[in-house]
Design a protein around this ligand. Sequence first.
Ligand code: ADP
Ligand code: MG
Length: 598
Amino acid sequence: MEEDRTTGVNTPDAEQSPAERPALRALLSYARPHRGILLTVLALTLAGSAAGLAQPLVIQSVLAKLMTGEGLREDILLLTGLLLASIGLTWLQSWLSERTAERVVLQVRRGLIARLIRLRTAELDRTEPGGLTTRVTSDSTLVQHAATGGLIQLVDGSIHLLATIVLMGIVSLPLLGITSAVLVVVGIAMGVVMPRIKRVTTEAQTSVGEIGAALDRSLGAARTVKANGGEAKETERATEAATRAYRAGLKGARYHALIAVLAGLIVQASFLAVIGFGGALVAMGTLELAALIGFLLYLFNLGGPVLSLVGGTTALQQGLGALARIEEVRSMAAEDDVDGTPPAPSGPPPAVTVDGLTFGYEGRTPVLHGTSFVAPAGKVTAIVGPSGSGKTTVFSLIQRFYDTEGGRILLDDTDIRSLGRAELRRRIAYVEQDSPMLAGTLRENLLYSAPDASDEAVADVLRRTLLDGFVASLPDGLDTAVGARGLALSGGERQRLAIARALLRRPQVLLLDEVTAHLDGLSETALRRTVEEAARNCTVLLIAHRLSTVTTADRLVLFENGRVSDHGRHEELLERSALYQDLTATQLTAGPAVATAG
Ligand code: ADP
Ligand code: MG
């Protein structure tokens, strides 16, 4: 179990699929680590119940003595003692059970968080992040109640109910017979309602997830929404999900109300029946008045365990619904080899060989159809090709964001699948196409994967990426916050920061995806030199769309529809490839002469 090592939490077995594992067993697995405390709580609850149960017996004896005029001191003392005991026990069991509940929710959340962050890219592609986050927030709260309070209420309610019934039988069997008839009818009605509660809970929680997803979408692209006047549309989307949650909540409320009525009905209906029937028995002289009163007190006491059972079952149904959603995350494939601190890459940079790759994203037509090329060690290899021809996809495969279906990728002679993902990625630095930043300071972003970089190294990299002036101009320098996804930076600043971060890692392989897109001509020339310098110590693969970048690369690989249609040097391709001639004329913008400021 990977998570155990990394989070230090006993998470249930992640290997099994939830389909093989009934939800109830999963629930018990969350409760199991706390079984000592839970059993204590149960014992306390039962003791409290026993103290409560003894009261009517004592009261019955008090009443009998009142009628015969006997002394009451002992009975009063006993009654007071029982009362105090039940108060103390209630407090203790409530505190212990809430504390355990909080621990369970922390345990569920830790496991989930660790899992979510390691989910495979393909799983992330298919799921809305907002829907995933509610599993950590609200769903785990529902499990919390089910795994502790719910289970205890169920066990306590059952035992308490059974004990009450036995005691009622001891007091008067005929009266118990009457009461049982009522109990059976109401019990059947409960059995019908309970499964429905689980269904509406799942419905409500799914909708809550959809609210999150809708808001994620709107806030994530806030500027696009504003620029397109999409406020009303986005509001409607999220509100629709909120309305669905409301409707599911209403349905739930109806069932809850029904159950409250049924629970009340047990007491009220049996009360009437017992008063009528028992009154007649007393009148006939076959039942003592004290026994009738004692029985009625038990009858009123019945409300407690019945409510416990109802509450416990409701919590359990809700918890099982939420658990199904949580287990769904557990069933998603995660990367289990991304932890640990692999050694820093040493030795000369490797050649990167892409050999006969075939790949398609799930549910889409294939993107790569046997792509092959070699990026020589310590050289700059530029990849060019029309948009959508699979260039970025190859970068994703080199880092094992996805696993290939056919073909292989080698670093020198090593198949990347034989390296753990952590080890593989430790050797590679990657600058994404849009270079998003993590919310935090510039320093955090720069040192994200090179925390030990010296101040000199940072200053040097900032100079080489032309960021020194920019950083100096900021009031807090490197400690300036960059905001969510680095939106407080210009596209060009973001790209240069991403390059600086990549260089600070001292990688063996550097992957740059259209990193000059937002740079003006001068910065681009300077950065090209920086990259060429970097290539002395690492193998550079860059997806290029600038003619200047392409012409100076050691090697050019031309992509066309998921295949490498040609490779060589700029002049050679220009001579023999129609596609390349076309690209240089249209797509590959000219170098330093064109100044498109970032
Ligand atoms: P390029 O970088 O050459 O412009 P990409 O490798 O990004 O092209 O994309 C190749 C094709 O794969 C495109 O048709 C694109 O729509 C599709 N694609 C890219 N990423 C994904 C993804 N995560 N899920 C599904 N399809 C994708
Ligand atoms: Mg791309």
